[in-house]
Design a protein around this ligand. Structure first.
Ligand code: SF4
Length: 240
């Protein structure tokens, strides 16, 4: 493992200046050199993340990879997880599950679709199934990496390549923050990267099965996520 270099909130502005104009591959290489195995990539196996996984595998395979299995994913998502696992056998994928006691209590007390009743209840479910497992995954990390893109959502328009994640007290690195959706698909096709087949059925953004749907022509790419909520609430707590 490479020797890790620690950064704090005070370094973020400077790091973004240093990385301005760098390609995704260059940012991934920088992150691998800066943090070694101390950085973990949160792979949700959406289009952005399978492309980024491929870049990581080629550039800095010591970067650790984890995913959150909420227990409510589509079969197509498990299939791309498996296809990716087989393609990158040298990179173990750590699967984080929610606390079973909390899921049992949630479903016993509030049923199987409580997340439809209010933003608060939806955030409770995301908290148990996503945010808390994420915190466990990051407990031994000094930085994490994501496939966020700036034009994915109104909540992400100001997101930089490197940010300070105050909630987790670590650096967050977003190597493809400047990519367009076209850039993502150009990479996937050119490199024959396995992807979630729901993308071929008009699902640009895929989360849990009951909270993701196909979108119609002209709809925003996040319109299929928690479609019963206003756009400004559409974060699950992973990237708030
Ligand atoms: S996306 Fe839906 S099912 Fe998944 S954790 Fe959030 S509220 Fe629960």
């Amino acid at each position: 493992m490479k020797e890790a270099t620690k950064y704090s909130e005070a370094d973020i502005e400077d790091l973004n200046r240093q990385l301005a104009g760098k390609s995704a591959e260059e940012i991934v290489r920088w992150a691998g050199e800066a943090f070694g195995g101390g950085i973990k990539f949160a792979n949700s196996f959406g289009a952005e993340d399978v492309a980024l996984m491929d870049i990581i595998a080629k550039a800095e395979p010591q970067i650790r990879v984890f995913t959150l299995d909420t227990g409510r994913l589509n079969d197509e998502t498990y299939q791309v997880m498996e296809d990716t696992r087989l393609r990158h056998k040298d990179i173990p994928i750590e699967v984080m599950f929610p606390d079973s006691d909390k899921v049992e209590a949630l479903t016993r007390e509030k049923g199987f679709f409580s997340f439809r009743d209010s933003v608060e209840l939806r955030k409770e479910c995301c908290g148990i199934r996503k945010v808390q497992p994420l915190k466990r995954a990051l407990a031994d990390a000094e930085a994490w990496m994501t496939g966020l893109r700036r034009d994915q959502a109104v909540t992400r328009t100001d997101t930089p390549a490197v940010e300070w994640d105050a909630g987790n007290g670590i650096v967050k690195v977003n190597p493809i923050i400047d990519w367009s959706l076209d850039d993502v698909w150009t990479y996937i096709k050119a490199n024959e990267v396995p992807y979630n087949k729901l993308h071929d059925q008009h699902y640009p953004s895929i989360g849990c099965a009951p909270c993701s749907r196909a979108i119609k022509d002209g709809e925003d790419i996040r319109a299929g996520r928690w479609w019963w909520e206003n756009p400004e609430f559409k974060e699950c707590g992973l990237h708030d």
